[in-house]
Every structure is written in C-alpha cells, then in structure tokens.
Design a protein around this ligand. Structure first.
Ligand code: HEC
Length: 219
C-alpha cells in the first residue's frame, strides 16, 4: 500500500514537471503556452504597431488641413508691412496695466528678451556686448518710444529683421504681458505716455477692434 502511494506520488510529480517544462520555449521573448490568450491579447491596435488600414501604416494621423484646435483662433493679420500697420491701428492690450501684470512681464522679458535688448532696454544685452550681435534700437529711441502695442505684438509674433519670431516661446497672454513691461522701459520716467493704438485714442475703439482683439488673444 505504501509503495503504491509512492508510485502515484512520483507519477504526479513527473506529470507536474512535464507540464512546467512544456511551457518553456527557447525564445526568451515568447510568453510560452498561454491559457485563454484573448483575456490579455486585445484586438485593438497597439501604439506604434502600424495600422494596415492606411497606406503609410501610420497610426497617429495628422489633423485635416485647415483644422483649428479648440479654443484657438489663428492670428489673422498677415506678415506684411500692411499687416504691421494694421496691427498697430487695431490691436489693443487686453491685460490690465497693473503692477502684477508688469511684474509677470518682467519675468518673461528677463528670460526671453534681456540678452539682446539689455536690462533697461537700451539694446546692450550680452549678445551685443559679448557676442557681437548688432544692437537692437533702445526702447527710448525716437522711433521706439512711441511704438504702439499692436506693432510690438506683431513683431513679437512674426519677428522683424534680426529679431526672430517668439510665437513658439510665448503664448498670446505672455506676449501681452511682456508688452506691458516693455512699455515701462519705453517711458522710464512715466512723463510721456507712449501711444497705445496708432492714430486713435483707446476710447475710440470700434467693434472691429474688439473682434481683432479676440483673435489676437486666442492665437
Ligand atoms: C536675438 C536678439 C533679440 C531677442 C531675443 C529679442 N529681440 Fe526684440 N529686437 C531685436 C532687434 C535686432 C530688433 C530691431 C529689429 C528691426 O530691425 O527693426 C528688435 C526690435 C524689437 C522691438 C521693436 C519692434 C518694431 O516694431 O520696431 C520690440 C518691441 C522688441 N524687439 C521687443 C522684444 C521682446 C519683447 C523680446 C522678448 C520676448 C525681444 N524683443 C527679443 C533683437 C532681439
């Protein structure tokens, strides 16, 4: 009886060992025998696995041409001389001229503009003094002291001559914030307030101005 039990036990052990070894394969990447594979193999496409529904097999598709992301409106003013003038006449800073906004604008200026324009905006940043970059004009120069905020926005968005576009670094709100700070450098003594809008007092806004404002805010 005892021998009989030993035999059964040995046989069970052998079957067990055999079962375990059957599950091993020589391919280290193979999961071996899988029970109910549909429990963990989804029929959905895996990321980067390729998609046979498309000729180029690319799984992540590009948006349809002309698509506009939600909550985003393109800056409708063209990158031309006329566009520059138009921006100057129409765009108005939607942010308050408050200490808080100016303070935030200063932080942006220090990170993105100071190295060219200099601490006080005199065109003597390190790229000029140490790097030999041609100096930008001082914000207090005759031309820039009266530069309207719309033209500044246009220049920051598209760039101008040696100054590159900052549209990829600064969102619309950040551009208007840094403009608030630049205005304090245009007019450091606060005696001659710079024009905000070319050829018009801010009180003479038209509805058209407001529409463009909205466009600018969403860019
Ligand atoms: C690579 C150096 C460089 C950087 C960085 C730079 N600028 Fe300029 N900026 C210039 C130069 C050069 C000009 C003169 C462009 C021209 O020929 O009219 C200029 C011109 C300007 C003007 C006058 C534009 C006009 O319409 O006449 C403003 C305003 C201005 N920059 C603001 C900024 C602000 C704000 C930043 C940071 C977000 C910035 N710049 C970053 C080099 C730079």
């Amino acid at each position: 009886m005892r021998i009989e039990m030993n035999r059964i036990f040995t046989l069970a052990l052998m079957v067990f060992v055999a079962l375990i070894t059957v599950q091993c394969t020589s391919d280290p990447a193979s999961p071996g025998v899988e029970y109910m594979p549909d429990m963990y193999r989804t029929p959905a496409l895996e990321p980067y696995s390729g998609n046979s529904n498309y000729a180029d097999s690319m799984e992540a598709r590009l948006p349809v041409e002309g698509s506009i992301a939600r909550g985003y409106l393109p800056y409708g003013i063209p990158k031309t001389d006329e566009g520059y003038e138009m921006a100057g006449a129409l765009l108005k800073n939607p942010l308050a001229n408050s200490e808080e906004i100016i303070g935030e604008g200063k932080v942006i200026y220090t990170k993105y503009c100071l190295h060219c324009h200099g601490k006080e905006g005199n065109g003597d940043g390190l790229t000029v003094t140490a790097g030999g970059h041609p100096p930008p004009p001082a914000y207090t120069s005759a031309a820039l002291a009266i530069l309207s905020e719309g033209k500044m926005f246009h220049t920051i968005t598209y760039g101008r001559n040696l100054m590159g576009s900052h549209a990829s670094q600064l969102n619309v709100e950040e551009r208007w914030k840094v403009i608030r700070y630049v205005q304090t450098l245009q007019n450091p003594n606060g005696d001659t307030p710079a024009e905000t809008i070319d050829g018009a007092e801010p009180s003479e806004e038209t509805t058209e101005t407001e529409m463009v404002d909205e466009t600018a805010m969403n860019n």
